[in-house]
Design a protein around this ligand. Structure first.
Ligand SMILES: C[S@@+](CC[C@H](N)C(=O)[O-])C[C@H]1O[C@@H](n2cnc3c(N)ncnc32)[C@H](O)[C@@H]1O
Length: 246
């Protein structure tokens, strides 16, 4: 009799449990794990500062695809790397941080200069850091130090005299807090050079991630820097140099 009651309850309850299970899985599928990117396809999620650091790092995991774009020799025509490096006025023995070094477009060129500075090639994407390490080894550049950054810190192990941030400023979330904290990793009088896309550049991130120089200067003034130089020779990007104010 008791056995019959148990069997009857099981028969009645199991379709209800099954229905609840199906309903809950439908509910989950309406809430994807990642929100859609504001930029839509193309310049996708990597340009959303709201994305988690982990997500941001994985957006740059396909190193070979990015290397084709970042290290395309055609880039030199508008990126003018030699003129940029000349404007940075390097000095022997300098420590430089290239934040958002990517595949090493600037980090490798800086390390190869006669001044042979130590270049901390910093990136938040583990695959980029691994690529930087093997590229530096392949090219016999002992003065490149690959560094895995966190989204809110470059994780520098030593204070630097110059920080270079190329096409990466717009990737950083709370920039005022980030660059204020960065001063602890800068020597007195150290400089911070920002290169990022102009609004009218034929390539670059979605327009909401392209900033006027006034906005960059406002943010960096709030973070404790003063504008030191403004170079106008790059056709697609602003090139602004700041100094630690304190
Ligand atoms: C558009 S790429 C620029 C690469 C390189 N600077 C160049 O000019 O070729 C941006 C790079 O910044 C990195 N990045 C994004 N947010 C970062 C952060 N908070 N700290 C360090 N690197 C970051 C990305 O992983 C990517 O490699």
């Amino acid at each position: 009799m008791r056995l019959l009651r148990v069997v009857l309850i099981a028969v009645l309850v199991s379709p209800i449990a099954l229905a609840l299970l199906v309903a809950s899985s439908f509910a989950q599928s309406e809430h994807p794990r990642h929100p859609p990117s504001p930029g839509g396809s193309g310049h996708g999620p990597e340009h959303s500062p709201e994305h988690s650091p982990d997500h941001l790092a994985h957006d740059f995991d396909d190193v070979e695809a990015h290397a084709k774009r970042f290290d395309d020799p055609a880039r030199d025509a508008w990126q003018k790397p030699d003129e940029v490096i000349a404007a940075l006025r390097l000095v022997k023995g300098m420590q430089i941080a290239d934040i958002g070094a990517g595949t090493g477009y600037f980090a490798i060129r800086l390390a190869r200069t006669p001044e042979a500075p130590t270049v901390h090639a910093v990136d938040v994407a583990p695959a980029m850091v691994a690529h930087l390490k093997s590229r530096a080894e392949r090219e016999g550049l002992k003065n490149v130090v690959p560094v895995l950054a966190a989204a809110d810190s470059p994780n520098l192990s030593t204070p630097v005299d110059l920080v270079l941030v190329v096409d990466t400023y717009h990737h950083i979330g709370d920039r005022v807090a980030y660059f204020r904290r960065l001063q602890a990793s800068m020597t007195p009088g150290a400089r911070l050079a920002i290169i990022d896309f102009r609004k009218d550049s034929p390539e670059g991130p979605p327009v909401e991630f392209r900033f006027e120089p006034e906005q960059i200067t406002r943010e960096l003034t709030d973070a404790g820097y003063t504008l030191d130089a403004r170079h106008d020779f790059l056709p697609r990007q602003h090139f602004l140099v700041y100094r630690r104010a304190r």
